[in-house]
Design a protein around this ligand. Structure first.
Ligand code: ATP
Ligand code: MG
Length: 453
């Protein structure tokens, strides 16, 4: 938090230009929301939102001659392309009622910046700034940023009832910024969390994705299982679930939260860490020795994760990758080149390394006596890198012979595929090397012994 109130913000030229043009035409114009918050945090903004007293038609007139797109004209938003950059310029507005807890029924334009700030979700997102004018901070946003607090603008219960997505946005910001929810905001968030059922799956998935990739995702998961349980009810039985197993020192939700924090902030990996053990409560059994067991939990977790990610409409590629990681999260990968080649063949390079990351994270969340297996993963990683460095043959397409050559040898139809699979198998096993002559000789010998592979 280095910038504070005194230095001018280094606004990117297209946004600065847009403010200048609107000012010159006699309108008020400010950057507002996430970009101001990011400047105050000493971060560089991803994009700029501009708010102005000009009505949409007026904005269009001011930017005559520029490329103007009527993105959300009903809500007062016009996109202007300046110096190749699209900029969203929105008229000051007051949102009407929210009968569906989702969309404002109507919006009314206003010439008052304060009214526009009052419709925004959190005080830290309601600060406006313009060069030469400085900050306009009507609700104590800067102070809240300095105290790392997320506070609703106005009465938090009313604001969350208007739009329940704000609840998820609140805990998403907590995770991404490492902030806490101010007490009344937190209380209202918990109280109104049931209204998240009104929010579309896509919007929930977008927030959840950002939340999970945040630096404090584990803490947020542990602090707000009740809120997250409204969007993923399968998390609720994990809260406080005693695993009764000597490998574990944490209840299931805490174990999950620690694992999430110990995998890189990449969406399928974080989702896999979140859901890798979601099937455990259903698979629990108690051994005669008093140890808890979870036979088949990886398979159950894959099924549940698939259902959750479908329901929330995550992209298929994200879901499938997450499912694969969960399927093998508990598989022991031995430090044997032959077996590592098999894993690389089965998963492909990227997923193999992601699986190692997930297993590292899962292991880091075990009881202290079992956390020490990280050396195993270091050795596996080195081994896999060595294999990959020596132009490996991991798929049929990598073989030094191809189908045409086998056809020329007299093989036909399915025999060709079977022969290629057989050769790949031998190469993975290390019986033969991936040299054309050696492969051909081996195949000749094999076919002589056993015609029709
Ligand atoms: P980021 O872009 O980093 O995710 P942001 O704060 O810029 O964060 P956006 O979704 O881009 O978030 O929204 C821009 C601004 O619009 C916010 O800063 C806030 O002022 C306002 N806003 C966004 N969503 C809501 C909402 N659901 N209710 C009230 N105000 C909102
Ligand atoms: Mg933004």
């Amino acid at each position: 938090m280095t910038n504070g109130l005194h230095q001018p913000f280094p606004i990117a030229p297209p946004a600065a230009k847009a403010l200048e043009v609107l000012h010159a035409a006699g309108y008020e114009a400010w950057i507002v929301g996430g970009c101001v918050r990011d400047f105050l945090l000493g971060l560089s903004p991803k994009d700029y939102d501009i708010t102005t007293s000009a009505l949409p038609e007026e904005t269009k007139r001011v930017f005559q001659g520029c490329h103007v797109i009527e993105t959300g004209i009903r809500h007062g938003t016009v996109t202007v392309v300046l110096e190749g950059e699209p900029l969203e310029i929105t008229t000051y507005r007051v949102d009407g009622g929210y009968s569906d807890a989702r969309h404002p029924d109507q919006v009314t334009f206003t010439r008052s910046l304060r009214e526009d700030a009052a419709r925004r979700d959190f005080t830290m997102n309601a600060i406006a700034y313009a060069p030469g004018e400085g900050l306009r901070d009507f609700f104590g946003g800067w102070e809240d940023i300095q105290n790392a607090q997320i506070r609703a603008v106005g009465d938090p219960e009313i604001r969350f009832r208007e739009d329940a997505l704000r609840i998820l946005r609140g805990i998403r910001f907590a995770s991404v910024l490492g902030f806490s929810l101010e007490a009344a905001t937190e209380q209202a968030a918990r109280k109104e969390a049931g209204r998240l059922s009104n929010i579309s799956a896509e919007r929930i998935a977008a927030e959840l994705g950002k939340l999970l990739r945040g630096k404090d995702a584990g803490r947020v998961l542990q602090t707000y299982p009740d809120i997250l349980g409204q969007v993923i009810p399968e998390l609720l039985p994990m809260t406080g679930f005693d695993q009764r197993n000597h490998h574990h020192c944490y209840d299931l939700l805490t174990h999950t939260a620690v694992a999430v924090d110990h995998v890189p902030p990449v969406l399928p990996l974080r989702l896999a860490a979140l859901l890798h053990d979601v099937g455990k409560p259903r698979c629990f059994s108690l051994g005669e020795d008093g140890e808890g067991h979870f036979y088949g939990h990886a398979r159950e977790s894959v099924a549940m994760a698939g259902e959750i990610l479908r329901r929330l409409r995550f992209p298929n590629a994200v879901r499938e990758k997450t499912e694969t990681l969960i399927r093998y999260h508990d598989s022991v990968i031995e430090e044997d080149p032959r077996l590592v080649r098999r894993w690389l063949n089965r998963l492909g390079e990227e997923t193999f390394f992601d699986l190692l990351s997930l297993q590292r994270g899962d292991t880091a969340a075990l009881a202290p006596a079992y956390c020490t297996r990280q050396n195993h993963f270091d050795r596996l990683e080195t081994l896999a890198r060595e294999i990959l460095a020596e132009t490996p043959c991991l798929q049929i397409r990598d073989l030094a012979v191809n189908g045409h050559e086998l056809m020329a040898m007299g093989l036909q139809g399915r025999e060709i595929g079977a022969a290629l699979r057989f050769l790949l198998d031998q190469v993975l096993e290390g019986t033969i090397s991936n040299e054309k002559e050696e492969l051909m000789q081996f195949l000749h010998k094999y076919l002589a012994k056993k015609p029709g592979v």
